[in-house]
Design a protein around this ligand. Structure first.
Ligand code: ZN
Length: 508
């Protein structure tokens, strides 16, 4: 074998090893899906053993010395000269994962895994009792371990950087802070103007009685209409909606139904179908390699938000769909005018709970969490002072004060599970979505007309070719620049929201 042949065979071996690890990871995903949709309560403990066993196998394979050997051999080879080539992408992504995992001491990894499992249990009990004091020791320990993790991974400016990098690779905390700070600054006067209007919708039309079967049919029809392929996917019921991929042709969506809340199921189906369309558009031939993985959580969220909000809450979407909605829900929508329904779909109301937030206030919920978790990690805020800091920010940003910890600082599972650096990806998703949407509208010409006529293929093909097909070839910041010609900015989102809500709330 000459040198080139040896490199090619190392690359093949690395890919084969990685694809086999992906088989195990897809089994992990299947167990997790089952856990959240089907699993009988009593089956929990054995499932936890299955999950721990698989997690150990996956971790050993990802950090195996031969992986390091192949990566070293390939590092300076002509195969990876172009970082955006297939081999360049595979090696770059695997090296990042390998180095991060190898830098963490096994004892710290174990401590974090155990604390995450225990933390979620303690958090659930504390939330039920609405007692932050019960959660405080676990939170303090988690912050301490996450700081140790950041130190082991290494950072130049803030311990937040290496943690954010797990979810938004290649994006720095300072970049996120700059864009979210501007976002919050522009958002607050817009929210003030909306709240000052006495001509806004009250949202009551969506709280009428919507038959559950009809909701399911209507939601599935909408997911199918925007392009979700149900021959390679399913929709099931869960408590907290999610989307997961179990194989190259197996994407699972989940939702929940409430008779007196049309929006809860419908918009979560559109949201999860948006995630599902991204997954179905990733290059299936490369399944198991980083090439067929989403490039970041923020980009993933942009795909769900674009279909949920830019499309699903738009006037043109409902102009097209409203007759079908009236046919599907003849009782609930009897005598209801299209315009009233559209305005109710876009009601804005500051609230305490992030997951129930409207399109406008949602980003403020995220801004608050981003500021607080950074302060915790940077030691500018002590865990014991978190509830007071939380309540002060809710008062300042949203004008609401939680009456108790359950509706305040204890509402999200993330921190109890050790997920620091995750929250900003939700807001980044909203901003990427708006920037992509603006570009698509420019490129496609009559996007609103297409949406009104129920022609979603042009937009889907646009997303497929510019975003989905690339998998993780480009990092989020590169992808945004390639697709839109400019770096991420909050401006497109602010412009779209200002225009839309001036109409919905009849602002002058
Ligand atoms: Zn999502």
């Amino acid at each position: 074998m000459n040198a080139a042949e040896r490199l090619a065979s190392s690359y093949e071996a690395l890919c084969a090893h990685t694809r086999e690890t992906a088989l195990l990871q897809s089994v992990q995903a299947l167990l997790e899906w089952d856990d959240r949709t089907q699993l009988p309560t009593a089956a929990g403990p054995y499932r936890a053993e299955q999950a721990a066993c698989l997690a150990g196998m996956v971790h050993r394979r990802q950090t195996a010395p031969e992986v390091g050997g192949w990566l070293d051999e390939l590092a300076a080879s002509p195969l990876v000269e172009d970082p955006h080539s297939d081999a360049g992408t595979v090696v770059r992504r695997l090296r990042r994962e390998y180095e991060k995992k190898r830098r963490l001491p096994p004892t710290l990894v174990e401590q974090l895994a155990r604390l995450s499992a225990r933390g979620q249990q303690v958090w659930a009990a504390a939330r039920k009792a609405s007692d932050f004091g019960q959660f405080l020791p676990v939170l303090a320990e988690t912050v301490d371990l996450k700081r140790q993790e950041a130190a082991a991974l290494g950072f130049a400016t803030t311990p937040y950087d290496p943690l954010l990098d797990d979810y938004e690779p290649g994006t720095a905390t300072t970049e996120v802070a700059a864009v979210l700070d501007s976002l919050v600054a522009s958002l607050r006067p817009l929210l003030q103007a909306i709240l000052a209007s006495d001509r806004g919708p009250d949202g009551r039309l969506l709280a009428r009685r919507y038959a559950l079967d009809a909701q399911r049919e209507f939601g599935m029809a909408a997911a199918r209409a925007i392009g979700f392929d149900f021959s390679a996917g399913r929709l099931d019921v869960t408590d907290h909606p999610f989307c997961t991929t179990l194989g190259p042709r197996d994407v699972r969506l989940t939702t929940r139904y409430r008779e007196d809340d049309f929006g809860d199921a419908f918009f979560s189906i559109l949201h999860e179908a948006g995630h599902g369309l991204y997954e179905q558009g990733l290059p299936a031939a490369s399944f198991g390699l980083p090439l067929s993985l989403a490039t970041s959580l923020g980009i993933h969220e942009s795909q769900s938000r674009l279909w949920e909000n830019q499309i699903g809450r738009s006037r043109s979407f409902w102009e097209g769909l409203f007759p079908a909605a009236r046919a599907a829900f003849p009782e609930a929508l009897r005598g209801v005018e299209f315009a009233a329904f559209y305005r109710d779909v876009n009601r804005v109301a500051p609230s305490l709970i992030r997951v129930d937030a409207d399109e406008i206030t949602y980003n403020l919920h995220i801004g608050i969490r981003f500021e607080l978790e950074r302060a915790l990690l940077e030691d500018d805020l002590q865990p014991a002072d978190l509830p007071a800091a939380w309540n002060a920010k809710y008062d300042a940003y949203l004008g609401v004060v939680p009456p108790d910890d359950a509706q305040g600082v204890l509402q999200d599972v993330h921190w109890s599970a050790g997920l620091f650096g995750y929250f900003p990806t939700y807001a980044l998703g909203n901003l990427y979505a708006a920037q992509f949407y603006a570009q698509a509208a420019e490129d496609l010409g009559d996007l609103e007309g297409q949406v009104r006529r129920g022609e979603f293929q042009p937009l889907l093909q646009w997303l497929r070719s510019r975003i989905h097909a690339h998998g993780s070839r480009y990092e989020a910041r590169e992808l945004v620049e390639r697709v839109t010609g400019r770096p991420l900015s909050e401006r497109p989102w602010i412009e779209q929201m200002t225009r839309k809500y001036a109409d919905v709330y009849r602002l002058d």
